[in-house]
Write a protein that binds this ligand. Sequence first.
Ligand SMILES: C[S@@+](CC[C@H](N)C(=O)[O-])C[C@H]1O[C@@H](n2cnc3c(N)ncnc32)[C@H](O)[C@@H]1O
Length: 256
Amino acid sequence: MNHVYFIGAGPGDPQLLTLQGAAALKGATLVFAPEPFELTFASFLVDKEVVSPFDYDFDDLINKILARLQTADVAFLMPGDLTFYAPFQAIIDHFDETAIVLAGVGTANAASARLKRTFDLPGVCNRAVIVSPKTLGDEEGMPSLEDLAGKGASLLIYMNNLPLAELCATLKRGYQADVPLTLLHRLGLPGEEIISGSLDTIVEKTGGRDFFNLDDPTGKPALTLVVVGETLTAKIDGRWWDYRREHIWKKRQKGA
Ligand SMILES: C[S@@+](CC[C@H](N)C(=O)[O-])C[C@H]1O[C@@H](n2cnc3c(N)ncnc32)[C@H](O)[C@@H]1O
């Protein structure tokens, strides 16, 4: 029986494809690849039919997949993976047992590796919040971005739709302090840029560039992740390790 694979493809660099993902991709003859995966994964897509999922309405998409399943597997290259902000749930649910979802490297994972920072660091940060001002909405009684920002919180902000100065002003009301912030633009893709500063300095550091495609009438995804929080610059040393060893890990050891 053939399957529809929803492959966590990572932020765009095919080096971050898992072995499982590569095997599934190999067997598929029809691949749904959102921009820019049709380019960055080109060497994996030779002799396959490659289309953008966003060119089809739901029924046409389902019919196209069903027709191909008669003869071969079908694959979706999912940016990052399914865990956060993936638009493929309705298709996965539709195919039920025929759908196989493969985990991948999320943008958050790739960002952590690129920055060499863990996003929660006991003693510095006690929570990491995945958030998008675009999907938070403005319903009464719901927490706002400002409410989610605060001492000890790392924020990973996807799909930002606020001008950078407004985003920083909003976050500053929540943090009540100047806090480190990094923009990761086109992570792992041609044109990658990483700009680090703080809520007070980042606007100047970007020189007024629009990293979020806010001025682009096509609404093309900007591929910029914003990470905010004290963990970005916190300096810790061996005492951090020894404190945890003394209070947490030591007693787990056999015979302790
Ligand atoms: C629809 S969400 C997809 C997230 C994806 N499911 C994941 O787990 O990484 C798109 C947002 O993810 C972030 N993103 C995706 N790819 C990126 C990249 N290569 N570099 C920086 N940010 C990226 C951006 O914030 C972008 O607006």
